[in-house]
Design a protein around this ligand. Structure first.
Ligand SMILES: Nc1nc2c(ncn2[C@@H]2O[C@H](COP(=O)(O)OP(=O)(O)O)[C@@H](O)[C@H]2O)c(=O)[nH]1
Ligand SMILES: [Mg+2]
Length: 257
């Protein structure tokens, strides 16, 4: 008796379905099943890929910039919440930055020209993001060095393939002579535009083709950070000393984690 009722119910459901969606015959249903299976397969692949990326080794954030810009200060504030007495870093140091259940490894790289590249080479494979620190009170006079360092970093092939987000931190905003971020951005972009021209002509004179990572931005346009897509470069103001104004940095790290 109960079986009969169930049978009736099943038939009537099918009949209702056919009544309202007549184009759904058996063949079409088979096609739809295949489509759904393919969709589920694709979604699984995307899900696993995202999971793999999130848990992959790329959980490093490189703190880079010239000497005395405030990298170690920022590193110490972010990882331990304290100021440091300044000592010249000759080796990279690392620390964990915890965001909820996730964590990132911050690498404080030495800014000294003679050792900076060795340290960079060692950890660049692990980079997921870069925090480039500059001293907002001296950037006007050091703009060439700052721009060269940043340009070379962004040209690196490993960085271009592994890093999607770069944060330029205009540090020491507590100082009277500190420039604001929009002005620093303009100054840097102008300098990097000049650098790009000189680098391109140097390469031509040594006979290298144009197929290299050394051209940043869009051909035929003045250099702009916004042209570096898919890499996203943001420029913010901060004060590492005393941890007074670090929200722009911490919220960027949260998005990255
Ligand atoms: N006024 C001011 N001084 C800072 C700030 N951040 C760092 N400093 C100072 O700048 C100097 C260099 O800092 P440090 O972190 O050692 O720079 P690093 O060479 O880039 O690692 C130290 O004397 C810091 O106290 C800041 O936000 N404001
Ligand atoms: Mg240091």
């Amino acid at each position: 008796m109960a079986e009969e009722v169930r049978q009736k119910k099943r038939i009537s459901l099918k009949e209702t379905f056919n009544k309202y969606v007549p184009e759904f015959n058996d063949e079409n249903i088979f096609k739809a099943q295949i489509l759904v299976a393919v969709l589920i397969g694709l979604l699984t692949v995307v899900f696993l890929w995202r999971l793999f990326r999130a848990t992959s080794k790329h959980r490093g954030v490189l703190l880079m910039g010239l000497c005395e810009s405030g990298k170690t200060q920022l590193f110490s504030q972010l990882c331990y919440g304290i100021d440091v007495l300044s000592v010249t870093s000759i080796k990279e140091s690392s620390g964990e930055y915890v965001v909820g259940k996730k964590s990132l490894t911050l690498y404080d790289l030495p800014g000294h020209e003679r050792i900076r590249y060795a340290a960079f080479e060692k950890v660049k494979k692990l980079a997921r993001g870069i925090i480039f620190v500059l001293d907002s009170s001296t950037v006007q006079k050091d703009v060439r060095d700052v721009a060269e360092f940043l340009y070379s970093t962004l040209c690196d092939g490993i960085i271009q393939s592994g890093v999607s987000k770069v944060l330029v931190v205009c540090n020491k905003q507590d100082l009277k002579l500190a420039r604001a971020a929009p002005l620093i951005q303009k100054t840097l972009e102008k300098e990097m535009n000049l650098l790009r021209v000189t680098r391109a002509s140097q390469l031509q004179s040594v006979g290298e083709g144009s197929n290299n990572n050394n051209f940043l931005g869009r051909q035929g346009h003045d250099f702009e950070f916004s042209h570096l897509t898919p890499m996203k470069v943001e420029i913010v103001e901060a004060t590492a000393k005393g941890g007074d104004n670090l929200v722009p940095v911490t919220s960027w790290l949260q998005q990255l984690a």
